[in-house]
Design a protein around this ligand. Sequence first.
Ligand code: DGL
Length: 264
Amino acid sequence: MIGFFDSGFGGLTVLKEVVKTLPDYSYVYLGDNARTPYGSLSQEVIYKYTCEGVEELFSRGAKLIILACNTSSSMALRRIQQEYLPKFHPDKNVLGIIIPTSEEMGKFKNIGIFATEATVSSDAYPIEISKFNPTAEIFQQACPLLVPIIESGEFDDLESVVKKYAEDLFIKNKDIEAVILGCTHYAIIEDIFRKYIPGDVKIVLQGKIVAEKLKDYLDRHGEIEDGLKKEKSRIFLTTEKSPHVQQLAELFYGEKIELEIVTL
Ligand code: DGL
């Protein structure tokens, strides 16, 4: 199985695209809805929560896990790869979504990033994009209010908040050519971002990028691909089950799903 982890619903927008590109594999998704948002937590706490999620996904049969969360990818991935996996799961792998996104963004010169406070403070995007394009200029905008509002489902409250963040980013540089919605939760409100971002600026979403890069990764890593089941099963786990969580999960994934509650 391929595992997907996010602090909440956002990773479902990535899984949705991955399933379209690679429909035959079996997937298990875990959203830590009970403890979301992670974006304003400390690195230590984000690492701890992410490890707990990873452990749960491994116990469900995942052989490869995608951290479909920029916050976990920027704050926990390196330590998971360098310390946690060698110690506890040397035969398994965990990948993030910042490097594949950065590779794609390397095509642009002036780049804007909307992300959580944690992702922005880690500087993961400027560091990784500069490896693909050393002359790229990168402007970041932390958006601490977005995930809490999105997870609450109060989408009407988002307009003025997105408008303010977009204005704040473009004040930093008006020549930005492309922006990353660098938090998987933001994909669901792309149309609101579109309203407040100049029409000629490209908005980059992560779902399709991650799907293509994962396909490429599996083509290149036969030793991992061989261990993955292709039974087309889909398991959706959450740490908080309620009618509200159910409704939003289906909105993010775009179809009916059965949620199973887990305790981490
Ligand atoms: N979807 C997560 C991300 O991509 C949300 C972070 C949060 O929980 O604040 O960063």
